[in-house]
Ligand binder design. Structure first.
Ligand code: 2HA
Ligand code: ZN
Length: 271
């Protein structure tokens, strides 16, 4: 069997959460990430022996048998690179998703992030709708400028999205579906998980007002890049929001971007 710490997906996960920490998005135990893996990707690295069984607190028959590499509850992203086997875990869902079989990690007796149900719900929706589970990554973090923006910008999704699109030329190309926004809600509950999953049906980015952001994407790089781009736009907004606005990116220019890059902006968001 090969050393699991050399698996490409493990290396990528450790680099990504380290990078998230270095960007200041994941203070203390803030943030959580899960990565959906195929049996063929994990086979060479684990023998299938179940170390422990952990109840998930939810049911999702559509995801039975799926493998996830996931960050631990209460764990600090800062520490993942130094002790991956304590701060990360590899699980396989069983019993209709109600049980997670721990195959590697959480070596101090820990468990996956309390947001695990919130990470599973969008995938469950997708599986139920028979949409390919192409969003292998769900990522949550607390980027300062997006958070700041939710204190001073209206939370209307169309207006919020349009403001972000106007802040950097690339935004509409990177997230043409825009960002959806949830008002402040109690985190760590099934309610916010359900609400986030519902919002993820129409956009891969969901802002949690006064808290942070959720992103979903096909791999770790893409998902990180989505959040990075939205956060850059929010940074520009926070630099200029208190200044007189002289120039902007017009809707006509947005249409040029759509045509040139072959993307379609969210229906009704451009005039
Ligand atoms: O996982 O960020 O919102 C810690 C959090 C919960
Ligand atoms: Zn959070």
């Amino acid at each position: 069997m090969k050393n699991i710490l050399t698996a490409p997906w493990m290396v990528e996960m450790i680099r990504t959460v380290t990078n998230m920490y270095d960007h200041g998005w994941d203070e203390r135990n803030g943030g959580n990430v899960s990565l959906l893996l195929e049996e063929s990707q994990v086979n060479d690295y684990v023998d299938g022996a179940v170390l422990r069984e952990i109840p998930t607190g939810f049911s999702c028959p559509e995801l039975d048998g799926k493998y996830f590499l996931v960050t631990g509850t209460g764990k600090y992203f800062k520490n993942v690179q130094y002790a991956p086997e304590i701060n990360l875990g590899l699980v396989r869902l069983t019993d209709g998703g109600e049980t997670a079989q721990l195959l590697w990690g959480f070596a101090d007796g820990g468990e996956f992030t309390s947001a695990f149900p919130a990470h599973m719900m969008p995938r469950q929706h997708a599986a139920r709708l028979k949409i390919d589970l192409q969003n292998r990554v769900v990522m949550h973090c607390h980027p300062a400028n997006l958070l700041a923006m939710t204190y001073v910008h209206m939370l209307d999704e169309k207006q919020f999205t349009r403001t972000l699109w106007q802040m950097c030329t690339e935004c509409i190309v990177v997230f043409p579906d825009g960002v959806n926004v949830l008002p402040w809600m109690l985190c760590g509950t099934n309610e916010i998980g359900e609400a986030t999953a519902e919002k993820m049906r129409t956009a891969r980015l969901v802002v949690w007002a006064q808290h942070g952001i959720y992103g979903a994407g096909k791999d770790l790089d893409e998902t990180f890049g989505l959040i990075e781009t939205a956060e850059k736009a929010a940074e520009i907004y926070m630099k200029i929001a208190h200044l007189p606005l002289v120039n902007t990116i017009t809707d006509d220019q947005m249409h040029q971007l759509e045509a040139h890059f072959g993307v379609k902006a969210r229906e009704g968001y451009l005039s």
